[in-house]
Design a protein around this ligand. Structure first.
Ligand code: SF4
Length: 319
């Protein structure tokens, strides 16, 4: 199977203003995404998953590491060199209220990527492609001249998805695509994304903190903590038997269908706050919250170890 995206030791630090100490938002992340799969990056807020996605799509400049798209290193390409490659990668943003300009018509919003990537299209061809994209997300030609502020949250996210798909990308980065929506609408959008994946052969990189949704959609999951991946593997295996103490605590917080069984069997939640990415703990970054931390955990940083079945874990319990 071909990798559409490879991320090697990706690092993104921001200036913090605290005596020159950087904010280590993403710190040495490595993973690959196979064409046609759904790969999910999960973790608490502030774990670096959104920064990771935005660095991959080059909204942020990487501090170090490599991003390979279809084998081409795009880590440091300039805007011009990046443009033809960007056509293959689009993003669906978290907040459909903030990400769509309410004073633009639906036609103008969805036409934007076409203007950049297919500037030679005639107005009729542009309209045709926009109508096709709208139809794919369950909207119609009658919506073309309406303004984004006239739509509900779910409809706005459909417009955001149509904007991402109109230039027919191969890889779509979905940054918390349902978290700003009413619960009643969330399943509709998730099902729409799955249908579109089957229909168009899309590859998804999902950024999410909703672990139930990830279980439902992702083939592979990577659990992030304080800028690093601590566990990675096939979703079913990781959810059935997480290995890393943080992944265990995080996944234990997912409600089970039977609340009575859930309360009896649920391990204790992870205690304490996520530390500052400006001053991450020495050794293992999870050690200040880890219930099974050992002496070595404060001195030596664990490295990713392959544990079979395509799984890897970064923890001194696994050598
Ligand atoms: Fe816990 Fe140590 Fe493993 Fe970190 S390396 S998760 S502190 S046991």
């Amino acid at each position: 199977m071909t990798n559409i995206l490879e991320v090697e030791n990706l690092t993104k630090h921001f200036r913090s203003g605290v005596r020159g100490h950087p904010v280590r938002a993403v710190d040495g992340v490595t993973f690959s995404v196979t064409a046609g799969e759904t790969f999910a990056l999960v973790g608490e807020s502030g774990c670096g998953k959104s920064t990771c996605a935005r660095t991959i799509i080059r909204l942020y400049e990487p501090t170090a590491g490599r991003i390979l798209l279809d084998g081409t290193d795009i880590s440091h390409l300039g805007v011009r060199q990046l443009r033809p490659l960007r056509r293959n990668v689009q993003m669906v943003f978290q907040d459909p209220y903030a990400s769509l300009n309410g004073r633009m018509t639906v036609r103008d919003i969805i036409a934007e990527p076409l203007r950049v990537h297919q500037p030679d299209l005639s107005p009729a061809e542009t309209t045709e492609q926009i109508v096709d994209a709208l139809a794919a997300v369950g909207l119609g030609r009658e919506h073309l001249t309406r303004y984004a502020h006239e739509f509900s949250g779910g409809q706005r996210q459909r417009i955001g998805i149509a904007r991402a798909l109109v230039i027919r990308p191969r890889l779509v980065l979905c940054d918390e695509p349902i978290s700003a929506l009413d619960v009643s609408i969330q399943a509709q959008i998730v099902n729409l994304l799955r249908d579109l994946q089957d229909e168009l052969g899309l590859t998804y990189l999902f950024i999410a903190h909703d672990l139930s949704m990830v279980h439902h959609v992702a083939d592979t999951v990577a659990v992030m903590y304080l800028g690093q991946i601590v566990e990675l593997g096939p979703t079913e295996m990781v959810y059935a038997a997480p290995l890393h103490p943080y992944a265990k605590g995080l996944l234990a917080s997912v409600p089970k269908p039977d609340p009575a069984v859930d309360l009896m069997s649920r391990p204790p939640a992870i205690e304490g706050e996520i530390p500052s990415p400006i001053h991450p703990p020495s050794g293992c970054r999870f050690r200040t919250r880890c219930p099974v931390a050992m002496a070595i955990c404060s001195t030596d940083e664990p490295v990713p170890v392959a544990v079979g079945d395509g799984r890897q874990v970064s923890c001194h319990l696994f050598k």
